[in-house]
Design a protein around this ligand. Structure first.
Ligand code: ZN
Length: 396
């Protein structure tokens, strides 16, 4: 099978060789159900996971759960329930959505609340290395060493940082972009004891520590040039800055090694021409589509019809077309004689190898189903069906 090539925000990356792949994908904050943007992201990394597995490569796939964060605590207060119960319910719903969409689960789903001691140790290491300072009772990360590596212009970074959970205007910070590492406890909020006081960590350091610990091993706090790097850091394009940038900078501040060999980011999914967002109230939830009786394989097919890295739109036409095409492919697969399958499977592999061109792969399958419907023979429906499942997770 061809080697997978992906275009990343930092250049093309070809995954040569046969070594195991360490893939870390930023998971959910469990305060609301899985919407189609989440689903598109996790499907992308599922197809990447499936591709490496089909090549015979071992994939260590780890995903975090941000089960302690401001939005979760705010929602728990709003709904008058314990934040732990809210998180547990939403994690269960997320996992059932992922199962329905046939996303192969990670080898470890790691909740942030499981790694509080490790995070606190990592902050201590960064302190020794000179990257940490205090503002009142809170600890901040000094980003100055890494500013040359910003993926966007400084002014834009400042604006986005404020919009995505940062506090650029807080007095006493060395640089407005410095992210919080340890937030001291506020009355009524959960807190963990640590050498840094009672409190909780910032978001970026959680992902950094989980990725390093679970993908590079228990010695990740020790300085080293290379052994602490992961292969893929994944997530939505809204995570390129600040989240992935900050996680990588903090990782380098801990052990000196590059955090990840590649960063793979997925586009945003909009609805009917508009950005899908909580504030607009137009999020489309996977669980609601499933409850309406939409076939999860149709949702999967519809989302794979767009390129992972492009922003794209969801609408009813897309769903209806996906429904018709999935029915046509199912009908072809149920025939006794089917069009030749090996060239189509090869075409699917070639499309996927080329920056995960899932749309090209689906179009090849559709052409095959049309050829089958018009009487072409010479292939094996069983072989085709297994390939669709193996490579694209489509159980048709
Ligand atoms: Zn993350």
């Amino acid at each position: 099978m061809r080697e997978l090539s992906l275009k990343t925000p930092y250049g093309d990356r070809i995954f040569t060789g046969d070594k195991p792949i360490g893939m870390y994908v930023c998971g959910i904050t469990p305060y609301d159900a899985t919407h189609l943007g989440h689903a598109a992201t996790y499907l992308t990394f599922d197809v990447i996971n499936r591709y490496f597995s089909a090549q015979g490569r071992h994939v260590d796939f780890v995903e975090n759960i941000t089960d302690i964060d401001d939005p979760l605590l705010e929602r728990a207060v709003r709904d008058a329930i314990d934040w732990r119960d809210l998180a547990a319910d939403q994690i269960a719903l997320f996992q059932s959505d992922m199962t329905a969409l046939r996303v192969i689960p990670p080898v470890a789903y790691v909740p942030a609340t499981d790694v509080m001691d490790l995070v606190s140790q990592a902050i201590s290491t960064m302190q020794v290395n000179g990257f940490v300072y205090r503002v009142e009772e809170d600890l901040y990360f000094d980003i100055s060493t890494f500013l040359d590596e910003l993926p966007i212009a400084y002014e834009e970074a400042l604006k986005i940082f404020g919009e995505r959970g940062g506090d650029p205007t807080r007095a006493g910070k060395r640089n407005p972009l410095d992210p919080i590492l340890w937030l001291s406890n506020k009355p009524g909020e959960p807190g963990w004891n640590s050498p840094h006081g009672l409190g909780r960590p910032g978001w970026h350091i959680e992902c950094c520590v989980i990725a390093l610990r679970f993908l590079t091993g228990p010695d990740f706090l020790k300085h080293s040039d290379a052994v602490h790097s992961i292969d893929i850091q994944g997530g939505g394009s809204d995570l390129i800055f600040p989240h992935h940038f900050m996680s990588a900078a903090q990782s380098a501040a801990i052990n000196g090694a590059p955090f990840s060999f590649s960063f793979v980011n997925t586009g945003m999914v909009g609805l009917d021409g508009e950005k899908m967002s909580k504030s607009k109230g137009n999020l489309v939830f996977v669980s609601k589509l499933l409850a309406k009786g939409v076939d999860p394989m149709v949702i999967r097919y519809a989302l794979l019809g767009g390129h992972y890295s492009s922003d794209r739109m969801w609408n009813n036409d897309l769903l209806n077309t996906a429904h018709e095409e999935v029915s046509a492919i199912r009908s072809a697969l149920s025939r006794e004689g089917v069009a030749e399958t090996l060239p189509v499977i090869q075409r699917i592999v070639d499309c996927l190898a080329n920056d995960l061109d899932t749309a090209g792969a689906l179009s090849a399958i559709l052409q095959w189903s049309k050829a089958t419907q018009t009487g072409a023979t010479g292939g094996s429906a069983g072989e085709m069906s297994r390939a669709l499942d193996l490579l694209l997770g489509l159980a048709l």
